[in-house]
Write a protein that binds this ligand. Structure first.
Ligand code: MRU
Length: 339
């Protein structure tokens, strides 16, 4: 199934619980806004494009659950739900984008049932478009990869971070589909291990060769000439930086030092035309994510911890940004991308 989907029979959200991967593949159902918000905060659903769909489906869920008996009251309910959903995770711009686009669709409805229908159908459109967007982006990006390349990636920008196919891994999938042999090096991505748990699992399912390394090994493998290209996804792209999973910046500096192309693959919905590095909130996550691994204590219980979920990579470290509108090279003019 898709990473996240709408259940027409029960008017609820179905998703693969990514916290359990790769040990257990379990599909869970979110029947309430509270359950959805918990799933987003605890990364059961995660990755910028998947969060866009989750936000949109959240508005759809709020519409079907609302007991409002007039349009004004329903609109009020949905706007309140929108604020709650948007507050769950602040960095990936796609979450707010998915919510806002679904809320805006209400303008096309003339009665209560009309609002509910239009909101559910817009959320489904967003999910369908995500798959089409990633396929398109993948085809553009595949041209940047050569037969025999070894490509390093960080975190999970694959099918599990999207509705399907993936952005960075979508580019790799498209290159493989085009007949190229691509070897992937996946960084572990501490502290929540999206790379070791999810990226390796996804690629192995598709029989794409993948080697797992710890995050701190990236400089070593680049210096040894073992990496031809780096490709990552993004959570938000402003005029000056690319926000992505913590550790991305380090890899970009190392790639630049070793003259290795550093590609970012992201849909246009990840661009924030008004944002700058200083205007964006980087999510600070629970300190225990570093003190414990699952339930095993790996640091003194009271040690002071700093745990930002994302970092910012300056544009001068980025070789190209791959979108569904094509590949953009420096200077990355947001207005050109969004035109
Ligand atoms: O905290 P996460 O797992 O939601 O972070 C995800 C990432 O940083 C991904 O690299 C990014 O969302 C791009 S996904 C196509």
């Amino acid at each position: 199934m898709r990473t996240i989907d709408w259940n027409n029979e029960t008017n609820s959200i179905m998703m693969i619980d990514q916290t359990l991967l790769p040990v257990e593949y379990k599909v869970i159902e979110c029947k309430t806004l509270g359950a959805l918000c918990e799933a987003i905060k605890s990364l059961r659903v995660r990755g910028a494009p998947a969060l866009g769909a989750a936000g949109a489906y959240g508005v759809a869920l709020a519409a079907t659950l609302s007991s409002a008996d007039n349009m004004d009251a329903l609109e009020k309910d949905l706007k309140a739900a929108a604020n709650i959903i948007k507050s769950t995770r602040p960095t990936a711009v796609n979450l707010a984008w998915g919510v806002d686009r679904t809320i805006a669709a209400m303008a096309d409805a003339y009665d209560l049932d009309g609002i509910k229908d239009v909101v559910v159908s817009e959320a489904k459109n967003i999910a369908d478009e995500d798959v089409a967007t990633n396929k398109k982006l993948g085809k553009y990006g595949a041209k940047l990869l050569d037969d025999g390349d070894t490509v390093m990636t960080h975190c999970n920008a694959g099918r599990m971070a999207c509705v399907d196919w993936g952005t960075a891994l979508g580019v790799i999938r498209s290159a493989v589909e085009a007949g190229k042999q691509i070897n992937v090096v996946s960084c572990e991505t501490r502290p929540l291990n999206q790379g070791s748990r999810i990226t390796t699992w996804e690629l192995m399912q598709d029989n794409i060769p993948v080697t797992l390394i710890s995050d701190s090994m990236s400089g070593h493998v680049m210096r040894k000439g073992m990496i031809d290209k780096v490709i990552v996804g993004a959570d938000r792209i402003t005029a000056d930086v690319v926000f992505n999973k913590i550790g991305t910046y380090t890899h970009s500096v190392l790639a630049r030092e070793h003259e290795i192309p550093f590609f970012v693959a992201a849909p246009v919905s990840t661009f924030d035309p008004e944002g700058w590095e200083d205007t964006v909130t980087i999510e600070l996550r629970d300190e225990n994510e570093l003190r414990f691994f699952k339930n095993v204590q790996i640091a003194p219980e009271n040690v002071r911890v700093y745990n930002p979920a994302f970092d910012a990579t300056p544009m001068e470290n980025v070789t190209a940004i791959i979108t569904e509108k094509g590949v953009f090279y420096p200077p990355f003019l947001i207005d050109e991308v969004l035109a």
